[in-house]
Write a protein that binds this ligand. Structure first.
Ligand code: NAD
Length: 246
C-alpha cells in the first residue's frame, strides 16, 4: 500500500512509534526509525530490521534540538531525496502536581512534545512543499483534550499539538500537504507500565471497552490517516481511546 513512499516516524524505537514504523515497513514503505537514546532496545530493533535490507534508516536525533532535527532531515534527503509521510510521535511525560512542578519538568515536556513536533513539521513542510504533496500526522493524547490532573505540562503540550495541527493543516493544505492528529487514550507501552497497577485498574473502569489499548490499534489508525483513503480528512484529531472520552 505504501510502496515507494518515504516515511519518518519520530520516537520509533519502542511503543506506539515502533508499531507504527513497522506497520509502514510491512506495507512496503521506506521507513526512518528515529530515536533519542541508544540502549539494548536499539540493538533488538537492529536485529528485527535486518530482514528489510535497504528499506529503513535508523536515525538518532533529539527532536527538541533544531540542529539534530536538521541533520536527520538532511540524511533522509541524501538517502531518498524526498519525504512523503511524517508521524510526529516522539513524546515524554514528567508528571507532578502543578504547585510542585519545577521549571525543568515543564520545559522538558514542552520541548519534546510541542517544540519537537513544530521543528519536524517545519522541516517536513519545507521538503514536501517542493513536491506539492505529503501527509503529516501528529500523535497527541486524550490528556490534551480533557486535561489530566498531575499532568499540567503533558496536557498543555498535547493540547498545543492539537491547536498546532489545526493551524498548519490550514496553512499547508494549499501546498498539497494534509495534516491530522491522533489522540490515543491508555495504550500498553513503557509510558503506561510505569503507572501503579491499582491506579491502572481504576482507569480501566473508566474505559467503556474495559481494557487498555494495543499499540497496533493506534498504528492502524495512523496508517489510515496516512493513506489516500482519508484524502478528504484535514485538520482533525482522531481519538483512539476505547470510549474513554465519550
Ligand atoms: P514510549 O515511552 O514507549 O516511547 C517513546 C518514544 O519516543 C521512544 O522511542 C523514545 O526514544 C522517543 N523519544 C523520547 N524523547 C525523544 C526525543 N527527545 N527525541 C526523539 N525521540 C524521543 O511512549 P509511547 O507510549 O509509545 O508514546 C508515543 C506517543 O504517544 C507519545 O507522543 C505519547 O505522548 C503518545 N501517547 C501515548 C499514550 C499511551 O498510553 N502510551 C497515550 C496517549 C498518547
Amino acid at each position: 500500500m505504501f510502496e515507494e513512499r518515504v516515511v519518518l516516524v519520530t520516537g520509533s524505537s519502542k511503543g506506539i512509534g515502533k508499531s507504527t514504523a513497522l506497520y509502514f515497513l510491512k506495507n512496503g514503505a521506506n521507513v526512518v526509525f528515529n530515536y533519542s537514546k541508544d540502549g539494548p532496545h536499539i540493538t533488538k530493533l537492529k536485529q528485527l530490521l535486518s530482514e528489510f535490507e535497504d528499506r529503513y534508516l535508523l536515525c538518532q536525533a533529539d527532536v527538541s534540538d533544531v540542529n539534530q532535527v536538521r541533520k536527520m532531515f538532511k540524511e533522509i534527503k541524501e538517502k531518498w531525496g524526498k519525504l512523503d509521510i511524517v508521524v510526529n510521535n516522539a513524546g515524554i511525560t514528567s508528571d507532578g502536581w502543578v504547585m510542585m512542578m519545577g521549571d525543568q519538568k515543564w520545559d522538558s515536556v514542552l520541548d519534546v512534545n510541542l517544540k519537537g513536533t513544530f521543528l519536524c513539521i517545519r522541516e517536513a513542510a519545507r521538503m514536501m512543499s517542493r513536491s506539492k504533496s505529503g501527509v503529516i500526522i501528529n500523535v497527541t493524547s486524550t490528556s490534551g483534550i480533557k486535561g489530566q490532573p498531575g499532568q499540567a505540562n503533558y496536557s498543555a503540550s498535547k493540547g498545543g499539538v492539537i491547536a498546532l495541527t489545526r493551524t498548519v493543516a490550514k496553512e499547508l493544505a494549499p501546498y498539497g500537504i494534509r495534516v491530522n492528529a491522533v489522540a490515543p487514550g491508555f495504550i500498553k507501552t513503557a509510558m503506561t507500565t510505569s503507572i501503579p497497577q491499582d491506579t491502572l485498574e481504576n482507569y480501566k473502569k473508566l474505559i467503556p471497552v474495559g481494557r487498555i489499548g494495543e499499540t497496533d490499534e493506534v498504528a492502524e489508525v495512523i496508517g489510515f490517516l496516512a493513506s489516500d483513503k482519508s484524502s478528504y480528512i484535514v485538520g482533525q484529531c482522531l481519538v483512539v481511546d476505547g470510549g474513554l472520552t465519550i
